[in-house]
Design a protein around this ligand. Structure first.
Ligand code: AP5
Length: 221
């Protein structure tokens, strides 16, 4: 197993890029901490009930809750897989939890690459304001950048698209502030290990996917 961390500001395109990469590479799987938590909220699980208010306010869910979810997931992954981790880790404590989970799982893996999707706050606000998602199949769109063929309807399954509850301008501002405070230290953390790659995240999705794919392919681990 190879673990690739994909991180960046809210709305930087982590989910879009990771899901495109998995379509191109059957050995890759996309693991999104945000999607896992939203599913737990929707299913009214104990984790979901605990996480809901943090997510609604744009705050981070406590490290031990999300850390446990991701560690359990990592323990279940097959050895030949490349795991694209979207949204985890988000704090230095979570980075330690991930290292521990990787080392102690049956595959005895390690984080081999951390891809930072580099983007400005202005672009992020536009992206999040226009984001639409399919509640049935999970496909993601943007009203102008990546529009569905019929406005408001999912291309894949015909379901009406929805706006995420935490995509209000106030919550996005809060999520960006928390990113700068809690997640930006991971840039130095992974740079010191020599596994950080910066990918400019303002070009076309195809270009960003190609740059990320190249970074993963060039990574020997
Ligand atoms: P999460 O779901 O991870 O939210 P986020 O980090 O804020 O990231 P987003 O999902 O908003 O954006 P993205 O980078 O995936 O961008 P996307 O591809 O959608 O987390 C939500 C909440 O869960 C957190 O606030 C927290 O409460 C909790 N949580 C999650 N993980 C946690 C953790 N580890 N610890 C604690 N709490 C945690 O793209 C955005 C838009 O732009 C889309 O409309 C897309 O179509 C468009 N777009 C994408 N790429 C391009 C492009 N190249 N050009 C034009 N448009 C583009």
């Amino acid at each position: 197993m190879k673990i690739v961390v994909i991180f960046g500001s809210p709305g930087s395109g982590k989910g879009t890029i990771a899901s495109r990469l998995t379509k191109l590479n059957p050995q890759m799987i996309h693991v999104s901490s945000g999607d896992m938590l939203r599913k737990a909220v929707e299913d009214h699980t104990a984790v979901g009930l605990e996480a809901e208010s943090y997510m609604r306010d744009g705050a981070l869910v406590p490290d031990e809750i999300i850390g446990r979810m991701i560690s359990e997931y990592i323990a279940s992954v097959d050895s030949g897989t490349i795991v694209l981790l979207d949204g985890f880790p988000r704090t230095l404590t979570q980075a330690d939890i991930l290292d521990e989970a990787a080392q102690t799982c049956a595959c005895s893996a390690e984080v081999s690459l951390a891809v930072l999707l580099d983007i400005s706050d202005e672009v992020v606000f536009d992206r999040v304001a226009g984001r639409r998602g399919c509640p049935a199949c999970g496909a993601g769109y943007h009203v102008t950048n990546i529009p569905p063929r019929v406005a408001g309807i999912c291309d894949n399954c015909g379901t009406a698209l929805v706006i995420r509850k935490d995509d209000t301008p106030e919550t996005v501002a809060q999520r960006i502030a928390i990113y700068k405070q809690q997640t930006v230290p991971l840039i130095a953390f992974y740079a010191e290990r020599g596994i950080l790659r910066r990918v400019p995240a303002t070009g076309s999705v195809d270009d960003i996917v190609a740059l990320t794919q190249r970074a993963i392919s060039e990574n020997p681990a």
